[in-house]
Design a protein around this ligand. Structure first.
Ligand SMILES: C[C@](O)(CO)[C@H](O)COP(=O)(O)OP(=O)(O)OC[C@H]1O[C@@H](n2ccc(N)nc2=O)[C@H](O)[C@@H]1O
Ligand SMILES: Nc1ncnc2c1ncn2[C@@H]1O[C@H](COP(=O)(O)OP(=O)(O)OP(=O)(O)O)[C@@H](O)[C@H]1O
Length: 304
């Protein structure tokens, strides 16, 4: 058994995000198509007699926005494993963040998924896949997908994940994080409610995106991309609208707000187009990251 385990988990983009009017519990029913992209957080768990949590972050990540106390979702993941198995779950844990915080890319969810896998392996807990998925859903709506990766349909509040076929088409993205702070996911959902009073409980169907994915045609997918939270995010942060126009004028097939924002992602025809667009946006003074997908969900990168 290794005394040091590293698990890597990817950011997500919602290719379709259909949102219905709120349920009685306040959550919104979703029909979403998730895809994972090659922009990662790593969680390193090392055997230790007590719990500790630290952070390294890429230059474009606001490390000060990540709490390192019990409110970190990684600590919640450790508590959930402890409750399931009835044993203490302690380790030295370091998160290395490449996923912008509060960006609509599910960075915290990636950390939770990575921590579940890393702590399970470090402590030889042998948690079943069903239990991992159940705990993941309790930790957050996006966490089960971070375990699974690839392309997947998300229903319920997003936590019911059904894998979709992965073709050999590689999707090329340019990811543009906000330079003026994140957006709170609950605040964006509240703004969606304010803009859509009496919204139908039925989320808009993902059929067009599912068909475009199956066709393997990036242009067809670009035309089908859809995010019901985009109007709310752009209303809260009008600069996102002009950023989308800028990217689309410089070669992107399409730009959309990622999830609840404020990250904007551009789907490009190929790697060259993505690198070209990223260069233009970088010359404009922005952070612009090239990432492709789909990629695997939370996976061990050492300690096998
Ligand atoms: C915007 C998305 O990223 C799209 O995948 C997700 O819906 C957000 O998923 P998440 O951050 O994992 O969300 P959770 O941690 O489960 O919930 C945070 C808050 O977001 C809102 N929320 C989340 C999911 C959902 N289907 N309806 C909601 O209204 C609720 O206010 C909730 O209290
Ligand atoms: N490990 C973590 N990484 C990032 N944020 C965390 C973490 N643990 C707790 N948080 C808190 O969660 C908030 C949301 O962070 P996160 O980066 O997951 O947002 P997000 O990408 O917009 O999420 P989503 O796309 O799932 O809605 C942060 O503002 C921070 O206060």
């Amino acid at each position: 058994m290794s005394d040091r385990i590293t698990v890597r988990a990817p950011a997500k983009i919602n290719l379709h995000l259909g949102v219905g009017g709120p349920r009685d519990d306040g959550f919104h029913p979703l029909e979403t198509v998730y895809t994972s992209i090659g922009l990662y957080d790593d969680v390193v768990a090392t055997a230790a007699p007590a719990w500790s949590l630290g952070l390294d972050a890429a230059s474009y990540v606001d490390a000060s926005a990540v709490p390192l106390d019990d409110s970190n979702i990684v600590a919640a993941a450790a508590r959930a494993l402890s409750a399931l198995h009835g044993v203490p779950v302690v380790a030295d844990v370091t998160i290395t963040k490449g996923i912008p915080v509060a960006g609509g890319l599910a960075g915290g969810s990636a950390d939770a998924a990575a921590a579940l896998v890393a702590l399970d392996r470090l402590l030889a807990l042998e948690t079943s896949d069903d239990d991992l998925l159940r705990i993941a859903a309790e930790l957050g709506s996006d966490v089960p997908f971070a375990l699974v990766g690839g392309h997947a349909l998300g229903t319920g509040r997003g936590e019911v994940v059904t894998p979709l076929p992965v073709t050999d088409t590689v999707l090329w993205w340019v990811v543009v994080p906000s330079t003026s702070g994140g957006l709170s996911t609950p605040a964006v959902y509240r703004h969606f409610d304010a803009l859509n009073p009496g919204a139908s409980p039925e989320p808009s169907p993902a059929t067009a995106v599912v068909e475009a994915l199956a066709s393997g045609d990036a242009r067809a997918l670009a035309a089908a991309l859809h995010n019901d939270l985009q109007a709310a995010a752009v209303d809260l942060r009008p600069d996102l609208g002009s950023l989308i126009s800028l990217g689309e004028a410089h070669g992107a097939l399409r730009g959309i707000v990622s999830g609840s924002g404020p990250t904007v992602v551009f789907l490009c025809a190929d790697a060259d187009a993505a690198r070209g667009l990223a260069g233009v946006l970088q010359e404009d003074g922005r952070t612009a990251l090239v990432a492709n997908g789909p990629v695997a969900g939370a996976h061990l990168v050492n300690g096998l």
